[in-house]
Ligand binder design. Sequence first.
Ligand SMILES: [Zn+2]
Length: 698
Amino acid sequence: MKRLGIIIFAFIIAFSYILPNMVVFASEFSEHGIVEMIDASTWEVKELKEAGLVFGGQDVSIDMPSVLYPFKGTEHAIIPITALEKMFDAEIIWDAKTSNIRVSTDNGKRVLRFKLGSAVADFNGKTYQFPYNMPPRAMNYNGITRTMLPAGVVELFGYEYHWNNESRTIEINYPSQRVTDVIWDETGRFQEIHIPTSGKTLTTSYYLDGSKIGGNDKIIVDLQNARFDLPEYKLIGKERIIDFLYGDIQQIVAFGVPNENKTRIQIEVGSRKGYDVFYDDARKMVVIRFINSVRDIQFEEVYSTPTVVINTGEYPAYNVIRLKNKIVIDVMNSIMKYGDGRAKTEDINFGGVSKISYSQYDTKYDANYNSDDIVSRVVIDLEKGMSSDDIYIENIDNEIFVYIYGNPLDGIDYVKASGSSSSLSMKFDRQIPIYTKYNSQSGVVNFDVPVDSINFEDMDVDLHDGVVENIKVKANVSGKHRVFIKLASGTKLVNPKNGDKLANLQLAFENKQLKNSKWKNTFIVIDAGHGGNDPGAIGSKVTESTLALRAAKSLENRLSGLGFKTYMIRDADVTIARAYRKRIANELGADLVISIHFNASNNPNARGIEVLYADEPTGEKKRLASILQRHLINKLHMVDRGIVNRPKLYMCYAPKMPSVLVELGFVTNEQEQEMLMTREYMNNATEALTEGILEFLQ
Ligand SMILES: [Zn+2]
């Protein structure tokens, strides 16, 4: 049984908090596929096709997009010079006098000297001709001017370059390597998988939650530039398989990805498991280490109470240190992965919290820890007059909830036992008689309890989880607390009470209709756009990535509440490579894909809703787009920007099944931003999407 807290999303009230201090990110450029640039030498304005830039399978985030530039009748990919800095720590020096540009890597072992506008350059003292004879040029995008070079120039610095025409992506990688073995290792403090390679290998990884898609949880690690090359005697068929008889890890399967220069490691685990992947230069191997991590820290309203929610890679072990007006939470054996992993402090100044700080804690000088303990530390500073004694902490699955004003659900608990059943329990200070009344018209179960038997305050909790719609408590009404439970359509109260005297009340709900839902084999993938170090569009109060995740969680809740099988590409504020997003729906065999985004524009008045799709012969993607657009406009009464065909936009064309990218409003429009941040807007938007999906599937 999986214990779930009352669905959190419904209670996030919009307020501004943790805004990233970075300004613009590359992945945002591609939303519409075309960017406007000014050629800095001719002042000519050009509409250029944006090109994705991926290094070792990860998106490269810089302040300027890579584009296709028409040159002598053919389009060629050009990249900003800052991409070289970002990808391989290149040093760039510009000599204003000679207008020579010098790019060097490997401590000056590789040096390229060139001039703007000249296709002939000097590399390590030898003449070098830029690919296609295309000279570097200065381009201006949104007020930023950068030198742009033909993408193939990266080969000079020892990297591999590949133009992926299908996804319109510049793929840059470390030189090709070989995987020579896959070894299980538990000699150290943490369990590890060692994957020796012939040289530096980059990886991407993701986690598949078995409770969502069937079967066990799986961790998938892709070695982006390493071919699977194990001797035959280590293989069964074409795979290296390691089986385990006991423990949490059940099986490791390693194999070469067909037709690609990649190796995949698939790890099947018995319960949610944290992990870290890195390349160990000294031992020349990829290491997969099983260790917990802090993935996300958010300040939210949970049960209408200001709460810090710490999301971890697996069920956490943690220590709490209460100081006068701050509280310290140390997550044991864990890596701080939130943000870019560096120590940071965010000002909150809301809901009793003044600051939240987080870091990888140095245990060396702390007598409470061994020096080799690996600890992620979260410190919550309270506003003046608040006391850490009031804070209540609990953890549910892989989340730690830090309630700033005490336990918001003292004596009451709601637990989702399965997709179609749940229970509500309450503890009273003595045995009291309970009479449950059921109104079949309104679908509401209600009952009273004496005011002095339990400590309640008014409560109004939206669940929409397919079993229960809403729970409401009206505290202290003529000497009674009144509890109202609105059931979802098809839900029955399994165990009505007719005056039974109880100190522990447990009410069970079951939705048989849902259990036999006709949608139980229909699989919907939900992609919350951006996340982690890519905030997407940035409004004055909230980022696109935050809103997209809220909307995705709400939509997922509704769809699973109807019995659909669902999978969220991102369930927290984490970075997920686009290269992975666009493959996942196909690899999982989804029936439908919804990618959720919010819009941005330089024009502060731009507003409204649009749905993007990629036209294809069956017309199904277009049909889905127009149905969703109609439902969104009817429900939200927003400006109708219509549906837009974007054949090259990755989340539109890549999935083979019906897929769309919805733009649910502009964060750059002040008025619209205010609205997007309300619970009502989110509820309506995801209700409209749900209705649209149902109409499409009928
Ligand atoms: Zn976006």
